[in-house]
Design a protein around this ligand. Structure first.
Ligand SMILES: C[S@@+](CC[C@H](N)C(=O)[O-])C[C@H]1O[C@@H](n2cnc3c(N)ncnc32)[C@H](O)[C@@H]1O
Length: 201
């Protein structure tokens, strides 16, 4: 089975039953470690287009987290959009974190850092971030809600919309986030890329 198909099947399974993740984590980590050295070649012109539109609606966060950061493209986008923000990018695959660090331009090095971590059990305090972003990443809703500050925001973006291998429908995202106290939603698109902005008040 090809990697894109594996990613979609794992996403569907874990969104429905997050407990399955512990059985699938090892396979996903190895797959993305293998992809890390060439991941940048998959980044198209629209990759962060919808994410950027959503970010433009927000006040600057003091602290932002990009979950499943890969080579750090979305983390860098957040840092450029909010020059006052401290940004953390977290990824399951050590190979991705190494690439993200290597690709980080010196002008962002004091404000952006990358760490290995698992979105299903994040190493951060409750309410630690005013903004949490995900670009092409499986959402673990309980952890997302836990680390987002009380009046914070989450942006979930897919660079190829519903053609993205890791994809969750906007309806499902709204439902799950509404259940966890998010009350304001807005949708964005740029080329094939889509994003949902969710805010909690
Ligand atoms: C499809 S890639 C997207 C990378 C990046 N956000 C982008 O759009 O270029 C998904 C990334 O999420 C990471 N990932 C998958 N499951 C994760 C988890 N539970 N916790 C943290 N990172 C995870 C993978 O290692 C991979 O780097």
């Amino acid at each position: 089975m090809n990697q894109q198909r594996v990613a979609r099947i794992v996403t569907d399974a874990v969104v429905r039953r997050p407990g399955l993740w512990r059985l699938l984590r090892g396979r996903m980590r190895s797959m993305f470690d293998e992809l890390a050295p060439t991941w940048q070649t998959r980044i198209g012109p629209h990759h962060v287009g919808a994410l950027s539109l959503a970010l433009a609606e927000l006040q600057s966060p003091a602290r932002a987290l990009d979950v499943g950061t890969g080579t750090g493209v979305a983390a860098q986008t957040v840092a450029r959009c909010f020059p006052e923000a401290q940004v953390v990018g977290v990824d399951l695959a050590p190979g991705m974190v190494a690439e993200a660090q290597a690709l980080l331009p010196p002008e962002l090095a004091l404000r952006v850092r990358f760490e290995v971590g698992d979105a299903s059990e994040l190493q951060f305090d409750d309410g630690a971030f005013e903004l949490v972003t995900l670009e092409n990443m499986i959402p673990f809703f309980d952890e997302l809600a836990r680390v987002t500050a009380p009046a914070g925001a989450i942006v979930v973006s897919f660079s190829r919309g519903d053609e993205t291998p890791i994809y969750v429908s906007a309806d499902r995202l709204r439902r799950e986030l509404a259940r966890r106290g998010f009350t304001q939603f807005a949708d964005f698109s740029a080329g094939p890329a889509t994003a949902l902005l969710a805010r909690r008040r």
